[in-house]
Design a binder for this molecule. Sequence first.
Ligand code: GLA
Length: 484
Amino acid sequence: MRSGNSAERWTISRWSTLRLSVLTAVAAVGVGMLTVGAHAVSGAGQSSAPPSATGVQAIVPAAAWSDQNGVLDQLHGVGVLKVGDTYYAYGEDKTNGGQFTAVACYSSTDLVTWKRGPNALSLQASGDLGPNRVIERPKVLYNAATHKYVMWMHVDSTNYGDARAGVAESSTPCGPYTYLGSSRPLGQLSRDLNLFEDTDGTAYLLSEDRNNGLRIDKLSDNYESVVSPVAVLADYEAPAMVKSGGMYYLFGSHLTGWNTNDNDYTTATSLAGPWSPWKTFAPAGTNTFDSQTSTIVPVAGNKGTTYIYVGDRWKPSDLFDSAPIWLPISIGGGRAALQWVPSWTLEVAQGTWSPQIRTDTYEAGGPGTTLADGAAVTTCTGCTGESAVSGLGTLTFDDIRVPTPGQYTMTIRYVNPENTDKHAQLSADGQAPVTIAFPPTGNGNTTGVAVATLNLHAGSNTLRFGKTGDTAPAIDTVAVPQPG
Ligand code: GLA
């Protein structure tokens, strides 16, 4: 596959790259996702600033995100808390499917790469956190008076008959947390829940009570118990609330189990109401881009605030591999609006975001790639060029180009026809490899997308895929984001 002449190799490789870039851009415009007008409307937080010269780190919704150990991020039903400059994310570890495994704790300063830390809560021998239990939607607030991190979570039996809310506390963000017990808040059923801390430090539990509706209940000063009801709304689950410009925005989902639906939001200037009629915030009929609300994360910086809609695209047969749907959501003036952005960057210090548009795509097995150790080009009708490289082995992209040094989020299109995650290692110019998880794609002709963020230097880089202990996926293409 390697051309004998380096100048010729470069030319062929670049031609191939540019051709694919154009195709990508046309495809995006064709479905109306990346028009300038649409983004001008989306307003709050969007950046017009030039991209930083430190690489292009992108949030790619619905892609497979891996932690520092190459395990798929378990950011399911997640709650996010900012402590100093660090964001902590608490997720349902779905290693045992719907049954409690752990509440995972991740940290990030860029909200692109997440590092898994010690579990915030681990499986216990018996009780609420024992085997055959359900623990969902862990949410954490920091209580400034007690100096404790307080976690609330949905606690249930596997048939969802218990319907209780659990509380745990810790003096550090990741814990481990001390489990304090569970209750039915104010004697009412409680399933999906979330927390909201108002600007005056008062905190509230949002709790789905099947008999009465979606409740807003006031928490005690230490955040560890419910003291009084504030409002009961129509029965929505998957609640999440933010406050912007003196207005409360409450998001929720209809009750359709793991299946997604058109989620709605309502607004009010007082938590007690009156609350506006519920309406959709994503285009109707998309089932909230096939996701269910988990939480809304405000990223406040020196130029504005970007709100991130965090949703779950549940995969009931394989909850572990449920995909993260993280998108910028426009919130302001009494309106909330969510658009699909296939890839975007977040300028955390500024509180702004930008669509990530320019991408160079390199085809595995095409010009400028080298195959070794059993890797071979195989037919894949759903793949770019109707081929992929399987049997890794080693697959090297000889000439990956970026203009500035820094961290770049590669988007890897791949095929995994088996029913468990596969893994591969990826290294740039001989640096320490990262391990990437590749969830099942269904069959040998359907592709999925995984991302990995690597350090590249300006100019030409060599990118090498290798195998780990288990079998690697077939690689179709690698897309490298470009500034601007
Ligand atoms: C809904 C809830 C989830 C989970 C599933 C179980 O999707 O929002 O948290 O309880 O139902 O079916």
